[in-house]
Design a protein around this ligand. Structure first.
Ligand SMILES: O=c1[nH]cnc2c1ncn2[C@@H]1O[C@H](COP(=O)(O)OP(=O)(O)O)[C@@H](O)[C@H]1O
Ligand SMILES: [Ca+2]
Length: 468
């Protein structure tokens, strides 16, 4: 042992290398090989650097992230959307999705005489929305509450009391930033133009010529909106709105381009409100739109309407006549070049109306009627598909509803003929689309790998963060 140690003490470096040459060879071969591969592969080493640079700018970029919390106080329910934008105003995922989206029923207008209770119905949405915004960004994050047809129909006093209670709730319970006018009843023009911005933003058509943008129709419960971009010349000759009506054209500056947007909202012509309008036409007697065998009452906006099938059953043709009557297509004066219905200017058509993205109840009823797949975000259909489904629904008896239309909700069975006839009539006789024209029914729009709700709050969020 001692001898060996003595030898070791006097061993030179070259002796050591010689003695361990096989081990050193074993280690050095892979190291040399890896180095060679890195040096020979073009761009390999720079891609490592780029990836790092990307990561570090993402880290720094999170300071320039902007969140927005938008409440959609709709007539049939309340919803909240939380979005996060980067410095280029692109949507950035929050956890796994591009937005936080939560909803509940009923809407604020279900509590017309109790503003506090109405406002408190938003508490669970508010708490979850606020929790999804990073702590330090909350005081900088705008929160907006936009109420639509439900509060519009309640009238100024009752809706203002509810909105005041909502303002109080936000002040007491939340650290989010409430700008002046953050809690309001949206006018129909705002609602329609936000919807147009949402869809065109998600389709990445903003910034392109107006004829490459798409038009939108949004069929809510209480109101329906149509919006599409028109040429500057057409905008210049737009008729003046009637007394008390919103202007027909809005100018918007988006992604470096000026757009002239034709937009109109029809209060009382959302799907649930239109049922009442159609039942009013038959004034307390039987109605040819009600499914054969049904005898009941339809409640809407605090009023009750007789909803009873006629003894001969529902009829597509007769229901069409009643729907045309309710829309006042033929018996209202059109003082403009061309009207939709109720004496409203139709916007003149053109390239911005070529592709129509039709949302909300159009998608939902088409899915319940079975001609659209509810698991897909969009579907291409024709107005004629609504008529075809209507003819089946108008020919069935109440008891056949579940087997003929397995996806229809129980409460909607008596009104399926009415709803589908109304939707067809609104598109074709109201908005003047051809029965054979293809339209896109839309629930969500794909944006990169994700899909985002096709609803007006994104348009409002973009406006809110653009001014920060
Ligand atoms: O964010 C959304 N995503 C998907 N569908 C929505 C969204 N918001 C509203 N809708 C659709 O609109 C329908 C009701 O409209 P809403 O309650 O908003 O009436 P309103 O717009 O006339 O006030 C819902 O049944 C639903 O189909
Ligand atoms: Ca709505």
């Amino acid at each position: 042992m001692t001898a060996k140690r003595a030898i070791g003490r006097h061993e030179s470096l070259s002796d050591k290398i010689h003695r361990h040459r096989s081990v050193l060879l074993l280690i050095s071969i892979p190291v040399v090989l890896i180095t060679l591969v890195i040096l020979l592969m073009p761009g390999a080493s720079t891609s490592v650097i780029e990836e790092y640079a990307l990561k570090s700018s993402e880290g720094g970029g999170s300071n320039s992230r902007k969140y927005a919390v938008i409440f959609d106080a709709g007539s049939s329910g309340s919803r909240v959307h939380v979005y996060c934008f980067d410095e280029n105003l692109d949507l950035v995922p929050l956890e796994n999705e591009l937005e936080l989206f939560l909803q509940l029923k009923p809407g604020l207008s279900a509590y017309p005489n109790d503003p506090r209770q109405s406002a408190n119905s938003l508490v669970s949405l508010l708490d979850k929305a606020e929790a999804s915004v990073p702590h330090e960004l909350r005081p900088k994050t705008p929160v907006r509450v936009g109420a639509t047809a439900g509060l519009r129909a309640l009238g100024h006093k009752a809706s203002e009391n509810i909105l005041e209670a909502v303002r109080e709730l936000l002040k007491d319970r939340s650290r989010l930033k409430t700008e002046a006018n953050a809690v309001t009843v949206l006018d129909g023009t705002q609602e329609g133009s936000y919807q147009w911005v949402t869809i065109n933003y998600l389709l990445k058509t903003l910034g392109k010529p107006y004829s490459e943008t798409v038009g939108v129709v949004d069929l809510g419960g209480g109101s329906v909106q149509m919006a599409y971009a028109i040429s500057e010349e057409d905008a210049a000759t737009a008729p003046k709105p009637l007394q008390g009506e919103d202007s027909y054209v809005r100018e918007m500056y988006l992604k470096g381009r000026k757009y002239f947007l034709y937009v109109h909202s029809y209060l009382h012509y959302g799907l649930l409100a239109a049922r009442a309008e159609i039942l009013k036409v038959s004034e307390g007697s039987n109605n040819p739109c009600i499914v054969t065998g049904y005898d009941g009452t339809y409640k809407y906006g605090g009023k009750a309407f007789k909803a009873a099938a006629s003894s001969s059953g529902a009829s597509l043709d007769e229901c069409r006549r009643v729907a045309l009557n309710a829309l006042k297509v033929n018996d209202s004066v059109c003082t403009h070049m061309k009207c939709t219905f109720g004496g409203v200017w139709n916007g003149g058509g053109g390239g911005g109306q070529k592709n129509m993205f039709v949302a909300s109840f159009f998608f939902d009823r088409a899915a319940e009627a079975g001609f659209v797949d509810p698991t897909q975000p969009v579907a291409t259909v024709r107005p004629a598909d609504f008529e075809k489904a209507a003819s089946q629904a108008c020919n069935m008896k109440m008891g056949e509803g579940k087997s003929k239309f397995p996806r229809v909700e129980e409460d909607n069975i008596p009104y399926l003929c009415l709803d589908l006839v109304y939707q067809y009539t609104l598109l074709v006789d109201g908005f003047g689309l051809k029965p054979s024209q293809t339209i896109t029914l839309v629930k969500k729009v794909k944006y990169g790998e994700h899909a985002v709700e096709a609803a007006w709050p994104l348009g409002s969020a973009i406006e809110a963060v653009s001014s920060l």
